[in-house]
Design a protein around this ligand. Structure first.
Ligand code: AMP
Length: 189
């Protein structure tokens, strides 16, 4: 079993890298952002609940997010583990995750933090807004998401560092270069 967390600010390339890594590692990408967007698009109860938070760039409440991840990790394709992309994002989510994984007989094996300068992030997100039309890729929401990352998510890096399983990766290089650094870090861990 391998549970790997991809961490980093919005626009760091977590989703892109998770998609590349999942085949190589044989474990699926579990992206809470993608799961929420799927529910939003299909107008499910979960989607309706998440909508206002997502549009504002704020975190969807922990109970809702944790319940969604619990269901996802129980599915057949995640029995060997998962690449967690965008989860956990708050101390309460990190606690819930370690409880959940111990129920499943696993633990967080490795935390990979992808680092990119703030200016570069904003440029990337504005470009993504043009290409993909994500509603939350507008300047005001981007600012909120950056603040939420700094306040709620970045402190988790120290939480995992105390447990000694964090690797920092420079995310400013090409997709391929970042990918090979991630693979190297995972394989040598
Ligand atoms: P992302 O695609 O990961 O940037 O997520 C898009 C939006 O979905 C975030 O701005 C939040 O509103 C929501 N979201 C995604 N993951 C989480 C999470 N772990 N906890 C709370 N909200 C989340």
């Amino acid at each position: 079993m391998a549970y790997i967390i991809l961490m980093g600010p919005p626009g760091a390339g977590k989703g892109t890298q998770a998609k590349l890594l999942q085949e190589r590692l044989g474990i699926p990408q579990v992206s809470t952002g993608d799961l929420f967007r799927y529910n939003l698009k299909n107008n499910t109860e979960l989607g309706k609940l998440a909508k206002s938070y997502m549009e504002a760039g704020e975190l969807v409440p922990d109970e809702v997010t944790v319940a969604m991840v619990r269901d996802r990790l129980a599915q057949d394709d995640a029995q060997a583990g998962a690449l967690l992309d965008g989860f956990p994002r708050s101390p309460a989510q990190a606690d819930a995750l370690s409880e959940l994984l111990s129920e499943l007989g696993g633990s967080v094996n490795h935390v990979l933090v992808i680092e990119v300068d703030q200016e570069e992030l904003i440029q990337r997100l504005l470009k993504r807004a043009e290409l993909e039309g994500r509603k939350d890729d507008n300047e005001e929401t981007i600012r909120t998401r950056m603040r939420v990352y700094k306040e709620s998510t970045a402190p988790l890096i120290a939480y995992y560092e105390e447990r000694g399983n964090v690797t920092h990766i420079d995310g400013q290089e090409s997709i391929e270069e970042v990918n090979s650094k991630l693979v190297e870090a995972i394989e040598s861990h």
